[in-house]
Design a protein around this ligand. Sequence first.
Ligand code: FMN
Length: 341
Amino acid sequence: MQQPSPSLSRPGPSRRFSVAPMMDWSDRHYRYFARLISQHALLYTEMVTTGAVLHGDRARFLGYSPEEQPLALQLGGSNAQELAQCARLAEDAGYAEVNLNVGCPSDRVQNNLIGACLMGHPQLVADAVKAIRDACSIPVTVKHRIGINGRDSYEQLVDFVGQVHEAGCDTFIVHARIAILEGLSPKENRDIPPLRYEVVHQLKADFPQMEIILNGGLTDLDVMQEHLHGLDGVMVGREAYHNPYLLAEVDQRFYADEAPVRSRIEVLEALRPYIAAHLAQGGIMHHVTRHILGLFQGLPGARHFRRQLSTEIHRTDQPLALYDQLVTQMAERTQPQDCPL
Ligand SMILES: Cc1cc2nc3c(=O)[nH]c(=O)nc-3n(C[C@H](O)[C@H](O)[C@H](O)COP(=O)(O)O)c2cc1C
């Protein structure tokens, strides 16, 4: 078992293991589901722009279920005053952390000076961090890349992190590849630039007082625990979405919590009242269950589960009955193999 890292004694939530912000994926329904599997993983919202928070449907953009905590709000923006206003609203809404997105490479956000392009403007990010710090008392963190094309040397990374740290940010979540701002789609930018974990380890070695969280391409819990020998935490995106039961071992491995782990079937049973409440409010079951398709990944019946919830669900007017039937079927198919750990 790992020794607790210094990050455990820092104020705010523990970031030893977190689930990444993912637009359209890490919405409140996914987060509620993920929380049924791990009690401790820190969860991040999808990115919400300052414009959406300040001028849009605030309940929609900031709303969450209390069960999702510990929960961090990720903001997209670069106007210090607007970010400060949003951070205050985030604190009032009970979020455990405000995170600033300096990693997203999409053209759409670049035009608004949001995301990875901000790595070319360290002073702007520093001003934003200072304004957020002054506006609220919850921690502010920054999620960024190791560089962007044209600004990808280690010295430039250190300059960015140094300026932002000076402004009051102690925690950096580093996606360990550069972003290429022209010519690659956001999806390609998550796969094509090579992963360089050694750069992130170097950053921690050079700035041991900072909390440095590693992100990018992590799929194996053993490998993640190895990274914790140098780093303060890991953040997992796609694997936690496509293979959510990965989260079942997180509490024991990363938080030394020996509490019993829910089996997959128990997760489905625990999710049922949430789905029923969602339906009772006029919601659509698929909006919840689209996030759980990978729950049985690698087990007998995984395809059946996925197919029922992605196809059959649209053909029935009794979605909850289909869900109940499916839970019974999956219990029969998987019970002998479905031992939690
Ligand atoms: C569908 C999708 C949406 C994403 N949306 C965001 C986002 O809103 N904000 C952000 O900082 N990163 C976003 N990312 C990037 C992830 O947070 C993460 O940095 C990236 O996927 C690398 O981690 P992974 O290899 O563990 O998936 C998104 C990734 C995916 C797959």
